[in-house]
Ligand binder design. Sequence first.
Ligand SMILES: Cc1cc2nc3c(=O)[nH]c(=O)nc-3n(C[C@H](O)[C@H](O)[C@H](O)COP(=O)(O)OP(=O)(O)OC[C@H]3O[C@@H](n4cnc5c(N)ncnc54)[C@H](O)[C@@H]3O)c2cc1C
Length: 428
Amino acid sequence: MSAQVSATALEKLWQAATAVGATVETDVAFADVTTSHVGAPTLGVIRCHTAQQVSAVVRAGLEHDVPLLTLGGGSNLIAGDSTVGVERHDVVLLQQVPPTSTEEKISPEGRIVEPGVQVVAEDDTSVTVQVAAGLNWDTFVRFSVYQDWGGVECLSGIPGQVGATPVQNVGAYGVEVESVLERVQLVDRLTGAINWEGADQLELSYRRSNLKFTNRAVVTAVEFRLRKGGLSAPIRYRELARQLGCSIGGQVRVEKARDTVLKLRRGKGMLVCGTGTEAGGLGSPQKSGIWIEFCEGMFMPDPDTYSTGSFFTNPIVSECLLGHVTEAVAAAGIDPNTMPQFPGGGGVKLSAAWLIDRAGFKKGYPGDGKPARLSTRHTLALTNRGTATTSDLIELAEQVRYGVWKQFGVELVPEPVLFGCALKPLEH
Ligand SMILES: Cc1cc2nc3c(=O)[nH]c(=O)nc-3n(C[C@H](O)[C@H](O)[C@H](O)COP(=O)(O)OP(=O)(O)OC[C@H]3O[C@@H](n4cnc5c(N)ncnc54)[C@H](O)[C@@H]3O)c2cc1C
């Protein structure tokens, strides 16, 4: 038992959770439920099916003084373990589970239905859908594409749950979830009250919202407005436009956009093979994700997928800092005209992957046999090759961040939520 949470308090929380129909599992470690597969044991996990259950558990946590951490698919979360001084986290994980089935079903009228997705408004050109937070994000994207709804196809293949997508305003290939987000249902972490908030109240920006790092609320449902007619969002990402054979700003069929995005993501190791124990075992190349054949007919997840995706956000610098970076790039013997830069976020957005690579950290760094390495397909992902600890990942992140700062004067900022671990401040 932990020093902070008494056995009695924990027992009362378990009772309150099961009384409302939530399920309880003890002996769950972060390593079992995150895509980086690191992290110490927790006090347990409570799994909820409804917002009312989430509310009751939040209230019980407050009443009995038991800390709760909201967990989705664990794909943007790195937790401490004994190598950073955490033997056990004094926290209970609160996870929402997908509605009964994530497989498509045929309704009596012959329509495909997806449990957890409900049409709440519709006109000639658009449809508004309410989606349960616990549903897998890519299941929802795939379903939308089947329905010929446009707007989320470029976000295909992002791991994790629907409820987490507003938290960091997920984005990929030129689209952010903000572009289709209407409102979110929230359970307040200080009162347990259930309320809806409009997207405009979430202070959404590049990989940010006022839900990220704040623990202020649990997202229990999300409403998205999608376009009817089967056309994608305008294609803004150069590499995607090239692959699709369309111009920037052009639109293509949603299924074509989805297939191409999945192909690009596969090439970069940015598709996971399930989460936690599911991803730790054997699998089949027919299932989504990236599998490697380790002996004839036997497949396991490719360790390039044991990550949180991009470890650093793309830095946004002022015009003034851009001048210094350009000078540093030239001083390193690199043509500054080759440095990717885009207007964004009130400044100039640079490519973290490009800076990392040009600072000398190549794909696969620091090389074969090391427990934590940059992905062999993408310099921005820090991967666990199977036996990495939290300190292996943190030390690699610190090394990369220091190298980029020393070479170009840019301070990279981690994208995932770090729980019970942290990067040391840079010594300028
Ligand atoms: C291979 C790979 C590729 C990725 N590619 C992308 C990408 O292209 N674009 C991108 O933006 N991200 C990407 N990510 C990061 C990650 O998948 C997303 O941020 C995703 O939305 C996280 O969802 P999750 O359910 O796994 O959240 P978790 O990792 O479980 O949680 C992340 C944070 O959100 C909080 N949280 C989770 N659910 C809720 C909720 N319902 N209510 C309130 N807070 C909640 C948690 O407390 C935690 O602080 C990638 C990750 C991986 C592993």
